[in-house]
Design a protein around this ligand. Structure first.
Ligand SMILES: [Fe+2]
Length: 202
């Protein structure tokens, strides 16, 4: 189940309806899709895509997505840290970034034009989009593992365009979970003046 973390407000949103309402002004949508009863999250990619074809068709019609694939990384993935390096600095894309999480957990930070930076933690069963042009970055959580369906309007468009002076350097990728300790992972002094120190109300 997804949750939203708002460091500047020491706030966590875990209710699905509240998550949707919070994301809506930013053009971000979040859905929950059924998992095991449809197909094993570990099934081959073609079986995964076939199982979710109705949802993929619906989104493709609405968003103009023309291709879908399944990506996965695990701690054993060669050069994982180098691979993730390019996603963890603030960037935009000229296409939407659409992900349905089959397995694992990850953290999308969103830097909106106004209002505080917030993070959306996604896990198995969460569908999320980051609209084109929205400043964001992505980190894996501690399990360093994720498997996801990706939808593309144009795969060539899904290239990071990095933001000058990224604020991502001021945020620790703290994922919410049993090991979450409020106040841990303090970031360095921030020009944002928000004193973001990874503390969240729960
Ligand atoms: Fe991205």
């Amino acid at each position: 189940m997804a949750c939203i973390l708002i460091p500047e407000e020491n706030r966590v949103i875990k209710d699905n309806a509240e998550i949707g309402a919070y994301l809506k002004p930013f053009g971000i949508w979040h859905e929950r899709w059924a998992l095991d009863e449809r197909v094993s999250p570990s099934a081959p990619a073609d079986e995964i895509l076939a199982a979710y074809q109705p949802e993929i068709d619906r989104l493709s019609e609405a968003g103009g997505y023309i291709t879908a694939d399944v990506m996965q990384v695990t701690p054993e993935t060669p050069n994982l840290d180098a691979m993730m390096e390019k996603f963890k600095s603030e960037h935009t894309h000229s296409e939407d970034e659409v992900r349905f999480i089959l397995r694992g957990t990850g953290l999308f930070h969103i830097h909106p034009p106004s209002g505080p930076v917030f993070a959306i933690q996604v896990e198995a069963g969460d569908l999320i989009n980051v609209p084109k042009g929205v400043k964001h970055w992505f980190n894996l959580c501690a399990d360093k593992s994720i498997r996801a369906i990706r939808l593309f309007q144009n795969p060539a468009g899904w290239t990071p365009k990095y933001v000058k002076e990224p604020v991502s350097v001021y945020y620790k990728p703290l994922c919410f979970g049993p090991a979450f300790v409020p106040g841990q992972g303090a970031k360095p002094a921030s020009p944002l003046g928000g004193g973001v120190e990874g503390r969240f109300k729960v």
